[in-house]
Design a protein around this ligand. Structure first.
Ligand code: 5GP
Ligand code: ZN
Length: 114
């Protein structure tokens, strides 16, 4: 998708620090981390938000959920707790209109989120 920041990162037109890459999914470090571990997981197919997730198909959706578990294990996030966040829409603070999951860990998180 033209003029989509995350599509440009996926296409390597913009540099990022890549954590995992498969044919369908990219995980890279957030440029402005809000936790010691703060990754962004995106489907390579451009989908605006979770409201359009059906467009991805079951295999990619499952792959992303499995990827969360793999990352939690590899970065030892689950013992102290970690958080997955998908801001959806302006009111929730979604600033990039390409579906992304924040995967955050290695600090204490408050509830409810702001
Ligand atoms: P949102 O606000 O949409 O939930 O999350 C967008 C995230 O993308 C933010 O946490 C922001 O720091 C991150 N971000 C914005 N621009 C870039 C960039 O150019 N590279 C990387 N790696 N992350 C970015
Ligand atoms: Zn995109």
């Amino acid at each position: 998708m033209e003029n989509c920041l995350f599509c440009k990162i996926i296409n390597k037109e913009i540099d990022s620090s890549i954590v995992y890459e498969t044919d369908n999914v990219l995980v890279f470090k957030d440029i402005n981390p809000k936790a010691p571990v703060h990754f962004l997981m995106v489907p390579k197919k451009h989908v605006k938000s979770i409201m359009e997730i059906e467009e991805l198909g079951y295999d990619t959706i499952k792959e992303m959920m499995d990827m969360v578990v793999k990352i939690a294990k590899n970065y030892e996030l689950s013992k102290d707790g970690f958080r997955i966040v998908t801001n959806t829409g302006i009111g929730a603070g979604q600033s990039v209109e390409h579906l992304h999951f924040h995967i955050m860990g290695k600090r204490k998180f408050g509830w409810p989120p702001g």
